[in-house]
Design a protein around this ligand. Structure first.
Ligand code: ACO
Length: 335
């Protein structure tokens, strides 16, 4: 029997229409008495703009649009999917999962689309490493024969977790969604290796330390981050995890055609590229336009490079991410 491989059939993404440049955000924060500047944000992070949802728009709304775009790129419909995984830290509800809400919305998109009802659907919570985790879980399930075609989505409304009185964090994040359609078949290539890692000792350096109890919110339900500690940990683990997946696949740094990193900060991305010996023209960069969209950032970057024609069929992509938990990981994919 020939081995089963997981292939990327199509990618899609969606950004909310409300775009805030740094100048827009500087003006908004100034009205609240908070001082920041375009120069500070660009120099420390590389971010020039981000997108925020309008009130009432939820993570599943963004996930739906990115999923429909990915399905269209794959030449498939919702009825062809038998596994849905959504990576998010901003679920629509405490439960059920955003994946189930997405499934309902997809099933309502056409008469035939009702065929998606019955597919397995669940969320993955690994913050900014969420898409890597979701991809790794989907790959393992497809290769084990638990499903044949998967929709894997990273979707976030991070704006609703931001403390707009904390200038050290509120300038960094944005909203958006990206999706991929995966298929298991016996053609060689596709997802070559994945790795998922976590170290729970660092729970407190990046967290939203609140929860719902007896109808009220306990703790502080906004994002808290020790920026410098996160920065130091991120640059260390990203190189290591990329090298680990290369070793698993029996490949070298020079076999990477594109680095598709989590888009948190240009300086973290530059440092990782340098350690992997990759020039910046082999790195997909969207942080300047999207900010950090957490679990959505990698599939958003992937889709933008596929649609612009930069990433082509057969090329090897190193996807990697790091986030709260601390969680991190990588996936090496032959597109
Ligand atoms: N505008 C102007 N000044 C600011 C701002 C701002 N928005 N934010 C902070 N400052 C000031 C600080 O108050 C400080 O002033 P001081 O020297 O007078 O005290 C000065 O800038 C330097 O602050 P630092 O926090 O030391 O700045 P740093 O160079 O570390 O940059 C940053 C901060 C951008 C957050 C950086 O630490 C970083 O990128 N960390 C990693 C963050 C990250 O990538 N997080 C996401 C990864 S995981 C995930 O995606 C969820």
């Amino acid at each position: 029997m020939s081995a089963i491989h997981t292939h990327l059939l199509g990618t899609g993404s969606h950004l909310p229409s409300r775009r805030l440049s740094n100048a827009d955000l500087v003006a908004q924060l100034a009205r609240e008495g908070l001082e920041t500047s375009d120069d500070w944000i660009v120099e420390r992070t590389g971010i020039r703009a981000r997108h925020f949802v309008e009130p009432g728009v939820t993570t599943s709304d963004l996930a739906l649009q990115s999923s429909l775009n990915a399905l269209q790129a794959a030449g498939l419909g919702p009825q062809d999917i038998d596994l849905i995984i959504v990576a998010t830290s901003t679920p629509d509800m405490v439960f059920p999962s955003t994946a189930c809400i997405l499934q309902r919305k997809l099933s309502e998109s056409s008469e035939q689309a009702k065929g998606i009802l019955g597919a397995a659907a669940f969320d993955v919570q690994a913050v900014c490493a969420g898409f890597i985790y979701a991809l790794g879980v989907a790959d393992a399930m497809l290769r084990a024969g638990s499903a044949r075609r998967a929709l894997v989505v990273g979707a976030e409304v991070f704006s609703r977790l931001l403390d707009f009185s904390d200038r050290t964090t509120c300038v960094l994040f944005g909203d958006g969604a990206g999706a991929v359609v995966l298929e298991a078949n016996d053609q060689p290539g596709g997802i070559l290796a994945t790795e998922m890692r976590a170290d729970g000792r660092y729970v407190d350096i990046l967290c939203v330390p609140g929860h719902v109890q007896n109808g009220t919110i306990l703790g502080d339900p906004v994002l808290k981050m020790e920026g410098q500690a996160v920065f130091k940990l991120a640059v260390g683990v990203l190189e290591e995890t990329a090298l680990n997946v290369l070793a698993k696949a029996g490949l070298q740094k020079t076999d990477i055609d594109w680095l598709v990193p989590h888009q948190a900060n240009i300086r973290i991305i530059q440092s990782t590229a340098r350690k992997l010996g990759l020039p910046m023209d082999k790195v997909v960069l969207t942080v300047q336009d999207h900010g950090n969209t957490s679990a959505a950032s990698i599939p958003l970057a992937l889709d933008s490079a596929v649609r612009s024609g930069h990433i082509r069929r057969g090329q090897r992509l190193m996807l990697e991410g790091v986030g709260g938990g601390f969680t991190w990981g990588a996936a090496l994919v032959q597109y």
